[in-house]
Design a binder for this molecule. Sequence first.
Ligand SMILES: NC(=O)c1ccc[n+]([C@@H]2O[C@H](COP(=O)([O-])OP(=O)(O)OC[C@H]3O[C@@H](n4cnc5c(N)ncnc54)[C@H](O)[C@@H]3O)[C@@H](O)[C@H]2O)c1
Length: 363
Amino acid sequence: MLRFDEIYDGKTVLVTGHTGFKGAWLTIWLRELGADVVGFSLPEPVSEPNMFDVCGLGERCVDVRGDVRDRAAVAAVVAEHDPDVIFHMAAQPIVLTGIAEPVETFEVNAQGTVHVLEAVRQVAATGSSKRRVVVSITTDKVYEDQNWPWGYRETDRLGGKDPYSASKAMAELSIHAYRRTYFRPEDLADHGVALASVRAGNVIGGGDLAPHRLVPDCIKALQAGVPIEVRNPASVRPWQHVMVPLSGYLELGRRMLGAEAAGFCEAWNFGPADEAGITVGQVADKLIEIWGGGTVTAGEPDTGGFETFLLRLAFDKAASKMDWRPGLDWVEALTETAAWFGALGVGDDMYDVTVRHLGRLTA
Ligand SMILES: NC(=O)c1ccc[n+]([C@@H]2O[C@H](COP(=O)([O-])OP(=O)(O)OC[C@H]3O[C@@H](n4cnc5c(N)ncnc54)[C@H](O)[C@@H]3O)[C@@H](O)[C@H]2O)c1
């Protein structure tokens, strides 16, 4: 397992959105690195079943329930635990839900982020100037769509033509404003707060138990012995394992806890290395190969609303300044995902299974 120089050992780490797909993986990883994890998420589960429960995480972290739209609740959890590191992931993360529920999406994603930043400002103002690291998770969709074939860089213009994307770009702007106004990297020795944002695209992996996700749906079909229904075989998507961006977030956190932290208080892209993009049809065929049998049937085409193009992120900056690499390619990502669901199907201990999977990511 990548261990990040043991820097998280004994640290208090707040993960907002810890009951979600990425949050559950991060909670397990941080626990295995020796951190005391405090989670803050909505009371209700993200799906039924869900990875948080399947892995028994309620017993394995300080499990706080609340809403990031509730400024007092966010302030209270930050003040009570005064975390060394915050990974802010809690969000309304679905583009189509954002189109149906724009007000809630802006409130949760934009205002919720401001509540986290403000809670840190308050605690930093009253306490010691100990190092406090905040890594705020946005998305690859924060960039203004330029419809160009190369990857977006961190310096490209922000935009967002749907409420989800715009709400995350607004979160980016608030992070920038807090960093320039209150948490200036050049004054880090005085205020102690190291603040960065991270941008990554869609992830796959074991534990993604929400309905209507391509890879889990394929695996369910394979487990049931029925054909995989593929609606858009030519559609191109990035296919990165959830461990890939999480390793970037953790590496960034490690750097921001260290002596050179000021140089890392900015925005960072993390992404897969598969520049060409892989089609949905290729993914279904590869899963059948990995599973050792199965068939595909054509389903009703579905454009998926606004998500019709392949958005690429350039991660050159993370590669050169942090020596970060994706660690798994798309075939390894699918193999890991199929193995995780296979283990779930035979009733294995999914916490232990997930820990073993974390051990397979290489630097
Ligand atoms: N999954 C992806 O492919 C992907 C891609 C790009 C960016 N992201 C970003 O990564 C983060 C995690 O995504 P995920 O896929 O794990 O999402 P998820 O839906 O699985 O989990 C979302 C988490 O946020 C919490 N949450 C939602 N609204 C909240 C609120 N109002 N107050 C408190 N908690 C709230 C939920 O309880 C849950 O714990 C999000 O910020 C998302 O935008 C995800």
